[in-house]
Design a binder for this molecule. Structure first.
Ligand code: GTP
Length: 598
């Protein structure tokens, strides 16, 4: 299409404000899909996405729309992930657009990710079309939320479109506004080709499929390609559009969004943020500075059955073909044997990888508690990057330890300011600022160590504010802290997989809690098992698991065979997640106990 008849836009919103539902309406009204093909939330195609009701991967689609002016337009729509773990993808997809539909739930108002996404859109100079969604709800507060949009975001009230993705209200107005308000792309048709990769997928038949926005020039089927960031050479085996399935065509030219099948074997070669150009007539400058996604949270992955090690390695290799943000390397644990250290964007990402490994590859996994990445300056002047607590050098060799700090913003009704302050300060958060959104709601900003918010923080925040708080965060800096390693000894043997790095002030309390938890979680053995927590060579807490003769069946008083069988099966089930460490059986729960400390 001519650039004057192209519009590229993203849909941005806080989680659950209704992006996916509204995109479905747009697909329906433009007859991109017939109603026979429509299922609720068509764009959330992965099973996991359906189950969790969240968008994990981005889904671009090309809509053909005949506007009121009688002209036909190609609208390229990119639905973005809402969860903050995937904000990296949001920012890349915004770079591929000239405009954004900003969806705000009319019964909720502006939330933390609404703000974060608006800032991202403004940084990218996007034209923002504000939409108040879910106006069909009895609890919709159109007046209050319009005022918020106007005052907090600075978007004029006259520009707000009232909509209901559920009932289809406002959808025709949205389509007209896209054509009228979002500027067309202004690429150079004759310049050397440049296309931004904003996502990639691995396809067993076509290799890596790069999702691209062509900025300048034209890329045709069969063209020889160069990826400017990774310097990988390949060929455009197939080129086409998303409708929303892949439909092959001949070429993509300036302004258009579509895909290239590259034949590459791993998404690592074709990462989000890289620029594609042609080998002949190559562009000299790439489109955006190229930074691969940065893992923030690390954990050990071990097969429960050590015979599954190769299976796990192959499964991780396959997953990585499709998930450029997943990183892993072999790791050995004295306690758990051979496994892998994997890096994730956040806990949700970790959960998804874990579930996919177990479901799609049928591997029983043992996962150690997640850790963040520390920068350790040694006496010798070396800087070590430590993402596994057990690898921290001896205290005597450490000059200083720096930990990642996050800038977080929390939006809450004013009546919860007190409880939020208490929670955040308890987690070593440092207050930055407080601003009123309106009379009843504030934005609180803090700096807080990532290690303190990786687990549980969001849940505590939600429960203490009865669900009213919303949270957004990003990495701000590394800062020196008084951190120590807390070791756990089971039956006199240090269990490396249970080590954690914590602030000195919390070490005693957490050590105490940890041994108490472990005492309950580790089943009784035939002999007495002491559990100790230690900092350096100093034991700071101890509990003992008393010896017991393990005889489950004695509870059955003979007789009932089916009940006996059930018990045996249950015991077997429990065994699956057990790992022999020295001569003590430790269940999966125990490795996660570290997470549940206050
Ligand atoms: P994420 O992908 O997780 O970011 O969510 P989303 O923003 O795509 O929201 P989604 O479309 O999945 O909708 C979230 C919930 O709101 C679902 O239960 C929808 O049925 C409901 N919902 C969406 N739009 C409307 C609407 O216009 N009216 C009403 N009443 N409910 C809606």
């Amino acid at each position: 299409a001519e650039q004057t008849h192209i519009r590229n836009f993203s849909i941005i919103a806080h989680v659950d404000h209704g992006k996916t539902t509204l995109s479905d309406r747009l697909l329906e009204v433009t007859q991109t899909l017939s109603s026979r093909e429509m299922r609720a939330q068509t764009l959330d195609a992965m099973d996991l996405e359906r189950e969790k009701g969240i968008t994990i991967k981005m889904h671009p689609v090309r809509l053909e729309y005949t506007a009121k002016d009688g002209q036909q337009y190609a609208l390229h729509m990119i639905d973005c992930p809402g969860h903050v773990d995937f904000s990296y993808e949001v920012s890349r997809s915004l770079q591929a657009c000239e405009g954004a539909l900003l969806i705000v739930d009319a019964s909720q108002g502006i939330e933390a990710q609404t703000l974060a996404n608006v800032y991202l859109a403004l940084e990218n100079n996007l034209e923002i079309i504000p939409i108040l969604n879910k106006i069909d709800l009895p609890g919709a507060e159109v007046e209050r939320v319009s005022e918020e949009v106007e005052h907090v975001l600075g978007l004029p009230r006259e520009e707000i479109i009232l909509a209901s993705g559920k009932e289809g209200t406002g959808v025709p107005e949205i389509l007209e506004a896209i054509v009228a308000r979002i500027p067309p792309p202004r690429g150079k048709n004759e310049a050397p080709a440049r296309a931004l990769i904003f996502d990639s997928q691995y396809n067993a038949y076509k290799g890596v499929i790069a999702y691209i926005r062509v900025v300048d020039g034209t890329i045709r089927t069969g063209d020889k390609l160069r990826l400017m960031g990774t310097d990988v050479l390949t060929e455009a085996m197939e080129i086409g559009f998303f409708r929303p399935g892949m439909v092959a065509g001949q070429a993509l030219s300036a302004g258009e969004v579509g895909y290239i099948a590259t034949g590459l074997k791993s998404v690592r070669d074709c990462q989000v943020g890289d620029t594609i150009t042609l080998i002949d007539n190559a562009a000299t400058e790439s489109l955006a500075p190229y930074e691969p996604a940065k893992p923030m949270v690390f954990a050990g992955l071990y097969p429960v059955d050590s015979g599954d090690y190769t299976l796990l390695r192959d499964a991780l290799d396959k997953l990585r073909l499709n998930d450029a943000a997943l990183s892993f390397e072999p790791e050995t644990s004295a306690a758990l044997g051979f496994g892998f250290r994997a890096g994730f964007l956040g806990l949700l990402h970790m959960e998804i990888v874990q579930e996919r490994l177990e479901r799609e590859y049928n591997i029983d996994l043992l996962i150690t508690a997640p850790s963040v990445e520390y920068q350790v300056l040694t006496n010798a002047g070396e800087i070590l990057i430590i993402d596994n607590p057990s690898e921290l050098p001896d205290v005597g060799m450490i000059d200083q330890i720096e930990e990642p700090m996050m800038a977080i913003s929390i939006i809450v009704p004013t009546r919860y300011i007190g409880v939020v302050m208490e929670l955040v300060t308890g987690k070593r958060g440092v207050f930055q600022s407080m601003d009123y959104l309106d009379k009843e709601r504030v934005v609180l900003k803090y700096e807080i160590p990532l290690s303190e918010i990786v687990v549980d923080f969001y849940d505590s925040l939600k429960s203490r504010t009865q669900g009213y708080a919303s949270l957004d965060y990003h990495l701000s800096s590394y800062r020196a802290s008084d951190l120590v390693k807390l070791d756990v000894l089971v039956n006199g043997t240090p269990v490396d997989a249970l080590s954690m790095i914590t602030h000195r002030d919390n070490a005693y309390r957490q050590g105490r809690q940890l041994v108490e938890k472990l005492q309950k979680l580790i089943p009784r053995q035939m002999f007495e098992v002491p559990i100790q927590a230690a900092v350096g060579s100093r034991v700071i807490a101890r509990e003992t698991i008393r010896a017991m003769r393990k005889d489950v069946l004695s509870k059955c008083y003979g007789g009932d065979i089916s009940r006996k069988r059930k018990l045996l099966e249950k015991q077997k089930e429990g065994k699956k997640r057990m790992k022999m460490v020295g001569n003590v059986e430790i269940p999966q729960d125990a490795f996660m106990a570290v997470l549940k400390l206050d």
